[in-house]
Design a protein around this ligand. Structure first.
Ligand code: Z5A
Length: 212
């Protein structure tokens, strides 16, 4: 049995453009780790179930208008309202597979033209992921998948800017996967990276904070 309750879980974040396959891969990784008897949950941001999450949801659906700075801070607040539960879960040995996190927050808002350092500031002190998996796909190719719905950011021109922001944010610790490959091939690569990370965390890797 791989799961030891005295060892902590891993904080694993999936990032990438809209339609890069984050949702599909998080559920596959969840099943994979469950199959190995790990304690694991899949989370996503925005978490539309909280009060703040409902404001975000109505903004994304174009049902309400907000100043760019205001919505940025709401996305961040939405992570802060889950921060302590996140830490409790990790320390009690549960691995979290998280679909979007602070990097989405900074990438999308800076793509609108907000200053990148200003965008990072409210994220400081949130838990730092143990692993960021970047699902890399050209915006044109992502747009061909399933067709964009009606949500605010689902436009090719804007997704190009977001891709550029992600490039600025990306550091050497991120693991990038070619998300244009078939689902099974992407999953195979992710499995290995995730298992590696879970093992490192079980062995006592220290939980740290963004952005330090
Ligand atoms: N946002 C923000 O501005 N600030 C923040 O702080 C945060 C988010 C956290 C809502 O996110 C928006 O909020 C998002 C960023 C912004 N806006 N955009 N764009 P969301 O999580 O609700 O929406 P999303 O991330 O865009 O999810 P998505 O559309 O569901 O995309 P996905 O999860 O990456 O992809 P998927 O659902 O797994 O797959 C999409 C389709 O492609 C589907 O038909 C799949 O079957 C297909 N697919 C996936 N992988 C493959 C491969 N490998 N081959 C072929 N077909 C594939």
């Amino acid at each position: 049995n791989n799961h030891k309750s005295d060892s902590r879980g891993a904080l694993i974040v999936l990032e990438g453009l809209d339609r890069s396959g984050k949702t599909s891969q998080s559920s596959r990784l969840l099943s994979y780790l469950e199959g190995l008897n790990h304690s694991v949950e899949s989370w996503r941001f925005p978490d539309r179930n909280t009060g703040v999450g409902q404001m975000i949801s109505s903004y994304l659906a174009n049902e309400s208008q907000l100043d760019d700075h205001t919505i940025h801070l709401l996305f961040s607040a939405n992570r802060w309202e889950k921060r302590s539960l996140m830490e409790t879960k990790l320390r009690s040995g549960t691995t979290l597979i998280v679909d979007r996190y602070s990097f989405s927050g900074v990438a999308f808002s800076s793509a609108k033209g907000l200053d990148i350092e200003w965008c990072k500031a409210p994220e400081i002190g949130l838990l730092a992921p143990d692993l960021v998996l970047y699902l890399d796909i050209p915006p044109e190719k992502a747009a061909e998948r399933g067709g964009y719905g009606g949500e605010r950011y689902e436009q090719l021109e804007f997704q190009r800017k977001v891709a550029h922001s992600y490039q600025i944010l990306r550091d050497a610790s991120w693991k990038t996967v070619d998300a244009g490959l078939p689902l099974d091939d992407v999953e195979k690569q992710l499995r290995e990276m995730v298992l590696d990370c879970v093992t490192t965390c079980q062995k006592g890797k220290v939980l740290s904070k963004l952005w330090s």
